[in-house]
Design a protein around this ligand. Structure first.
Ligand SMILES: NC(=O)c1ccc[n+]([C@@H]2O[C@H](COP(=O)([O-])OP(=O)(O)OC[C@H]3O[C@@H](n4cnc5c(N)ncnc54)[C@H](OP(=O)(O)O)[C@@H]3O)[C@@H](O)[C@H]2O)c1
Length: 310
């Protein structure tokens, strides 16, 4: 026994109100795990999707098999965290007590709590030197997803790529703008009026308002069309792709892989000032249902973060 902790427990699949704050046993790290005192944890579209079991009908069964039939079998949601290493399993050698870290617990989740135990070899790294715990937790979800999809589209091998980012102002969209700029891309961001300032401030070269203009009919041609909110179809990109250009979307069956190398890359970008945390709102852990409600709205700009042990 390791004492008690506060955690947000998902008591059933359903609306944000299924999340209840409870007192549970603090995890005990296994030999290959570290116990982290969670300082901040982001609430993302992925967490809200699991809570609400939101997926096309045929995928809901897959989700029940993966996450639990009647309710999540791992009842504490939350994947992306920042915090302080508090206890080490017997075999852990790459971290020490007191290290300030950030990372993802992946499908094991458990980060919307005061403590989480994760494998030493999980997606875990020392947090950026210049980041607060809130910022470190914020950059992970959109950042890792953006790196995965943009690399898959071949961003690294195109000289000064022209990229259109559809849905540029969410967690994935905002990170995509800055990561694309890191690769010297010319970025056209598609967003609503509410996102123009943000999209420009992150380096977008052009902004197209989806409320006023049909991006499918733009005259410009792109090397990559990236749908960062999963609201378009491949055929929407046919007229605006260069020959050999790529369409990618977060809305398909491809699930972004999470790697420690991505976290190290995000750390480097944050430390050299090319990536920002883009925090829309923060909430205390007790207000987790409100945080989920805001994520459900699909209107957030960038990221939202729970302040847990801060
Ligand atoms: N496949 C994967 O591995 C993977 C990984 C991560 C995320 N995802 C999926 O990617 C999607 C986006 O995730 P996220 O966390 O970045 O979302 P998010 O932060 O919740 O996105 C919200 C943003 O999207 C904009 N938006 C909403 N509807 C739009 C539309 N019809 N056209 C253009 N922009 C729109 C909103 O701006 P306005 O209100 O101003 O329009 C808002 O700023 C989610 O569905 C998530 O499940 C998939």
């Amino acid at each position: 026994m390791n004492g008690k902790m506060k955690a947000a427990v998902c008591t059933a699949y359903g609306p944000p109100e299924v999340l209840k704050i409870m007192e549970l046993e603090k995890p005990v790290p296994k030999d290959n795990e570290v116990l982290i005192k969670v300082m901040s944890s982001s609430v993302n579209s992925g967490d809200a999707r699991i809570r609400g079991l939101r997926a096309p009908f045929f995928l809901r069964l897959v989700m029940r098999i993966l996450f639990g039939f009647k309710k999540p079998r791992r009842p504490i949601l939350g994947m992306m965290f920042s915090g302080v290493v508090e206890q080490l399993g017997n075999e852990v050698s790459s971290f020490k007590i007191g290290d300030e870290v950030f990372g993802s617990s992946g499908s094991k989740m458990g980060a919307h709590a005061e403590y989480v135990a994760v494998k030493e070899k999980a997606v875990l790294a020392i947090k950026p030197k210049n980041a607060s715990f809130i910022e470190a937790a914020a950059i992970l979800f959109g950042g890792m997803t953006a790196v995965y999809f943009l690399e898959k589209a071949g961003i690294k091998s195109i000289l000064e790529p022209k990229i259109l980012i559809y849905g540029a102002t969410g967690s994935v969209g905002t990170a995509s703008i800055e990561i694309a700029k890191h690769y010297n891309a010319h970025v056209t961001s598609v967003c609503s009026e509410k996102g123009v300032e943000l999209a420009k401030s992150l380096g977008s070269d052009e902004v197209v308002l989806y409320t006023q203009q049909d991006f499918r009919k733009l005259e410009e041609k792109f090397d990559i069309v990236f749908d960062a909110v999963g609201k378009t179809k491949k055929k929407d990109s046919y007229q605006i792709l260069k020959p050999g250009g790529k369409y990618i979307t977060v809305g398909g069956l491809d699930v972004a892989k999470e790697l420690t190398s991505q976290v190290e890359f995000l750390k480097e970008l944050f430390e050299n000032g090319s990536l920002h945390a883009n925090i829309d709102k923060t909430y205390p852990l007790e207000h987790i249902a409100e945080a989920h409600r805001y994520v459900d709205s699909e209107r957030k700009k960038g990221n939202i973060v729970l302040k847990i042990n801060e």
